[in-house]
Design a binder for this molecule. Structure first.
Ligand code: AMP
Length: 224
């Protein structure tokens, strides 16, 4: 897909945890040649590396709560100011609250990037089934699903043979907490951007495969 239809845009991926934002974002990254920025990934990298930022965020993340607006706003401002974002980017998991949305809207205006929203809409029950089956490799980060993409026999990572694990924040009670947080904190954000952006694409996912959902999103973006 040519980037010309899109212009200089920051694609904001909205959708509850488990809606497939990460998967769709990675496909868009490859198709559009834009960097994929996930605040969750950046935070997890920091937790893994034991940085001060990671130590600050870990307990909050393990409890399924959101880290502070100030912390993620700083992460996003630093990342968006890098040269690879000059023509646009895909934001996955940020903004998550109205406060973050307001800060981001100001930042994008300064950077000359148009916000384009892609909202992946999905039922809670579909999400629980998907996330409780998710496993990841603690060494290389490869993601598996016991149903659709199982690891090697014995539950080992295909890449480096490390036993795969369930992420602390993919446990069912934590998922419920994250979904409730999402509804409470993100709905006002969706309302804020609904009135503000020219392009707001709401896509009902759930029934379709990840590949089909990616195709639908790509078509919507290509058609403006
Ligand atoms: P994710 O992989 O996007 O689901 O993020 C994993 C965890 O990182 C979340 O449950 C939050 O604790 C934290 N996190 C990621 N992005 C944000 C954000 N924009 N605002 C607050 N917390 C975030």
């Amino acid at each position: 897909m040519a980037n010309s239809t899109l212009g200089k845009a920051a694609i904001l991926m909205f959708g509850p945890p488990g809606s497939g934002k990460g998967t769709v974002s990675k496909v868009l990254m490859a198709r559009l040649g834009l960097p994929h920025i996930s605040t969750g990934d950046i935070l997890r990298e920091n937790v893994q590396a034991g940085t001060a930022l990671g130590r600050e965020a870990k307990a909050v993340m393990d409890a399924g709560k959101l880290v502070s607006d100030d912390l993620v706003n700083r992460i996003a401002a630093e990342r968006l100011s890098r040269p690879d974002c000059a023509n646009g980017c895909i934001l996955d998991g940020y903004p998550r609250t109205l406060e973050q949305g307001k800060v981001l809207a100001g930042l994008l205006a300064k950077l000359g990037l148009e916000p384009v929203v892609v909202y992946l809409d999905v039922d809670y029950n579909v999400i629980v089934a998907r996330l409780t089956a998710r496993r990841s490799c603690p060494k290389c980060g490869a993601v598996y699903n016991l149903v659709s993409k199982p690891p090697k026999a014995g539950g080992l990572c295909e890449v480096d043979d490390t036993p795969v694990v369930i992420r602390d924040d993919d446990k069912e009670d934590v998922i419920r907490q994250r979904f409730a947080n999402y509804e409470k904190q993100t709905q006002p954000l969706v309302d804020f951007f609904t009135g503000k952006v020219k392009r707001f694409h709401r896509v009902k996912v759930g029934e379709g495969s990840p590949e089909e959902n990616c195709e639908r999103v790509c078509r919507l973006l290509a058609n403006g």
